[in-house]
Design a protein around this ligand. Structure first.
Ligand code: TA6
Length: 279
């Protein structure tokens, strides 16, 4: 059985999703432009997470949870296809799919689904978590999206002005964003909390503006490894940090608490404006 699914839109837009981690690795808009970064060194061999694309961090983001596995296990596990038609695919992972208790210490009973839909210039990602157990479950989650940029030193993130963030490069001390636009000239690893519903990623050299809208995903991580961390990352080319910028929407702090038998939904909508001239 193939390990990836292709979805397409009549406009010519198309995307590719691996069953391994329900991992979107490519999204091209109707203009044919690739919006997602994928490392040339990426390893497509479970249980290694694919470097680039959209790793789904669940049931925890980084070490924001009890598991030893950073970013949880959903991104390293094979999901199954639940629904598929044209411009949409729905993939599912349930706690019955594997022994996540023995392997990772996860005691929860859950169903996790992700629904990708594309239009000519938009990517809709809807996440649904159902607590199928008899106990409350707590989790953190994020869409760890590696956006493609032509030159990260010229790119910027807008919309986080005066938002508080945990600086992962400084003991996760709480700081406030003092710049209306976030630009990248060194390693950046920040967890912005309780962010506005919409932010923008501007890629002047690529002539693209990506508008990221989110529902029920209050937090945003901005990450670029820069030179040294890129060199230390085996599945990332030394210079590839220049072509990527992670803007990751999620629920990181506080964790989500889901009562038995209840459902949690969240959605991210990315709209890409291509061939725009940007000052
Ligand atoms: O989202 C930012 C981050 O938590 C960074 O600290 C860095 O570790 C990145 O994720 C990549 O993590 P990974 O486990 O995929 O190498």
């Amino acid at each position: 059985m193939d390990d990836k699914v292709h979805i397409a839109h009549p406009s010519g837009a198309r995307a590719c999703v691996y069953l391994h981690g329900a991992h979107l690795t490519s999204w091209k808009t109707a203009s044919g432009q690739e919006q997602i970064f994928l490392s040339k060194e990426a390893v497509f061999k479970p249980p290694k997470a694919i470097r680039g694309g959209v790793p789904i961090c669940f049931p925890q983001f980084s070490d924001f949870g009890p598991l030893e596995t950073s970013h949880g296990f959903a991104r390293n596990t094979r999901w199954s296809i639940f629904e598929r038609e044209g411009d949409t695919v729905v993939l599912k992972l349930t706690s019955e799919d594997d022994n996540f208790l023995e392997k990772f210490g996860c005691e929860d009973s859950f169903t996790l689904s992700v629904r990708y839909t594309i239009t000519d210039f938009q990517l809709f990602t809807r996440i649904t978590v159902t607590n199928t157990g008899g106990e409350e479950m707590a989790y953190t989650t994020a869409l760890h999206t590696y956006f493609r940029v032509e030159d990260v030193t010229k790119a910027r993130v807008e919309g986080l002005y005066r938002v508080g963030y945990l600086d992962s490069l400084d003991g996760r001390v709480m700081k406030t964003e003092e710049n209306p636009c976030i630009s990248i000239s060194e390693e950046v690893d920040r967890i912005y909390l309780s962010t506005p519903p919409t932010v923008r990623l501007v890629d002047p050299i690529g002539k693209r503006v990506l508008t990221i809208e989110k529902y029920n995903l209050p937090d945003i991580v901005v990450w670029n490894p820069w030179v040294d961390k890129a060199r230390r990352t085996g599945d990332l080319g030394d210079d590839e940090y220049k072509e990527m910028l992670c803007v990751e929407t999620g629920c990181i702090k506080p964790a989500i608490k889901l009562a038995p038998g209840t459902v949690w939904k969240a959605e991210q909508i990315v709209t890409s404006k291509n061939n725009v001239s940007i000052p």
